[in-house]
Write a new protein. Structure first.
Length: 365
């Protein structure tokens, strides 16, 4: 049984509350461009300065970082109709940002050069978090009431001036989706402390710390990764993915007790995430708590009945517990769902030998 690796994020996702204006009427004066970046930009630049160059590359100067977002703000402001209110200004801003300037988000981009807003400003593309960060940092120059919103494994933007509210999806060039769409697609748990709400600038920074921790962990820089995850959790204690990835890192570095604390927290904070139960079950199995491990796997399978890793993990557990008939059933299902799944095939072969069953090819189920 192995620990499943989760990197968000999507990975992951993030959110921010951008300092903005109150609701504006159609007769309101045009938005002016602020010379300096706001609290979001400062929070992000603080992280950039702390990030090790051997992992993330050279750092931009503060002037270059803020100049990039200010230029985008100026370009987008030039497309805003005269005397537009906040909502119409954001609509024009989005059209300019995604269509005219061509910035786009790619969920497959997790490399160090696609993590921060200044990377997106240079390359024109990045992760959904990085593109959203650039959008919001530029909008902050105009004082626009846009916010970042976090859901499990994803991040998007929301316009909310207290009267009008709509979401802005970076993966679809600013297309609007409802809160209900996000809740269903990303399996948002009810009564979450951090998902589907407007986040403050330091909370957005916390999600960037989380993604930076993922990148550093992949590069083998465990010290920075651990620090980054802990910073994210300190600001967003309800951030399940941060607890989960810190737990995986602690398990990798030998701190099983600390890892169990974090993986239990991840499963409790987002009980709808099958991978959280898989990871918890895997580590409980390693620590010898077979009954607890099986319970965690069963919980995961109740959410995702065709999850091959969960089926295989519970099958291996049942084999170790001497429940061979059940193990054979579970392992056959895992091998059928994922052809050439080596671990499931080897465990199934062992289970069949123990039961003296004929070795059969798994059937699709």
């Amino acid at each position: 049984m192995t620990l499943a690796r989760r990197i968000l994020l999507p990975p992951l996702a993030a959110a921010v509350f951008l300092a903005g204006c109150s609701a504006a009427s159609p007769q309101a004066a045009p938005f002016s461009v602020q010379e300096s970046g706001g609290s979001l930009a400062e929070s992000l630049y603080e992280l950039i300065c702390a990030a090790p160059e051997e992992v993330f590359g050279p750092k931009p100067t503060s002037e270059n970082f803020h100049d990039a977002t200010r230029r985008i703000a100026l370009e987008c402001k030039s497309t805003v109709p005269e005397r537009a209110n906040a909502g119409r200004t954001v609509e024009a801003f989005s059209r300019c940002f995604f269509s005219r300037l061509g910035f786009c988000a790619n969920p497959a981009l997790h490399s160090p050069d696609a993590l921060f807003p200044h990377d997106v400003a240079s390359a024109g593309r990045g992760s959904c978090l990085a593109v959203s960060g650039l959008y919001m940092a530029a909008a902050e120059h105009l004082g626009l009431p846009v916010h970042g919103v976090l859901v499990p494994g994803h991040f998007f933007i929301r316009f909310d001036d207290g009267r009008t509210r709509f979401n802005i999806e970076t993966l679809h060039a600013g297309r609007r989706f409802s809160d209900g769409w996000y809740a269903e697609r990303y399996r948002v748990p009810r009564n979450s402390a951090c998902y589907l709400r407007n986040l403050a600038p330091e909370e957005v920074g916390a999600v960037f710390w989380f993604n930076a921790g993922n990148t550093a962990r992949s590069a083998g820089n465990y010290d920075f990764a651990r620090s980054a995850y802990m910073k994210a959790i300190a600001v967003l204690p309800g951030f399940a993915e941060a607890h989960g990835n810190l737990g995986l890192l602690l398990a990798e570095t030998g701190d099983v007790e600390g890892a169990l604390v974090e993986l239990r927290a991840a499963a409790a904070l987002n009980p709808l995430d099958p991978a959280a139960h898989l990871n918890l079950g895997a580590l409980l199995w390693r620590s010898g708590s077979l009954n607890e491990a099986a319970a965690a796997c069963r919980k995961g399978l109740s959410l995702a009945p065709r999850h091959p890793e969960l089926l295989c993990s519970l099958g291996v557990l049942r084999l170790q517990q001497g429940r061979t008939r059940e193990a054979v059933t579970l392992l056959r299902r895992a091998a059928a769902i994922r052809p050439s799944y080596e671990l499931a095939e080897k465990a199934l072969e062992e289970a069949l030998k123990r039961r003296k069953y004929p070795v059969e090819q798994p059937q699709n189920q």
